[in-house]
Design a protein around this ligand. Sequence first.
Ligand code: CP
Length: 291
Amino acid sequence: MIDHILNTAEKLEPIARGKEISTLLAGKVLMLLFFEPSTRTRMSFETAMIRLGGSVMNLGSVEASSIAKGETLADTIRVVEGYADAIVLRHPKEGSARMASEFSSVPVINGGDGAGHHPTQTFLDLYTISRESHLEGAKIALAGDLKYGRTVHSLCYALSLYGAEITMVSPKELRMPAEIISDLKRLDIKVKQTDSIEEVIGDVDVLYVTRIQKERFPDPDEYHKVATSLQITPELLENARPQLKIMHPLPRINEIDPRVDYTPHACYYRQSFYGVPVRMALLSLVLGALE
Ligand code: CP
């Protein structure tokens, strides 16, 4: 199924780049319900829908909606399903998209549920790896906030389908949750854990960096202890493989030195563009416009 989404995205890429015009989703309406900030997920879903001739509606700010009067997520979903053909939900609670899907007769797409998962980001991450490096048997380091970073939670399960070798790089306070490590081991995936990026930089095809998720720390002092624990610099990259690709779901704060943007390793801006064809593929398949 993932391969089918990635292959479909590749076919739709000329439309995503504005080189071809499409009316594949004409008459369809997508509803965006974002209870947390977003630039890329929200706007790439909007762009994907518009490029395919569909329309987008938006809850707008939570404060300006009836949620501010105490309306529940379940009731909001029951109403919104009458207005749209599909819903994208971003919400601070883990499991919220799954719960919402139980109240909706139209598809609900998880646009990020708290520190849980971010599956559509994973599809675009896999697409990026396949375009910029190679997916099958890739040696990949996931670095940064692996505890609260939902993108890496979803990504490592998907990578397990492609025989990846995964090295988890983080301070001990931000390690990948133990249940995910156990799941990967059960799936026979080679997993290593370290707190030293220097140790692994020369040995990987892809370095996937994540932001320290300040908003998820219960105690601000705990955040400050680890806020600068990872920095990717051109000096560090002197020891990298020439073909190393550096990815980041963005936004970036301090974890990648801006000088890295000008190296051939950086591919995070192309990665954020790939969100458009991948989400076009997903919407076309979910809405039944493509098989
Ligand atoms: N990668 C990502 O989810 O970015 P946004 O939070 O800007 O949507």
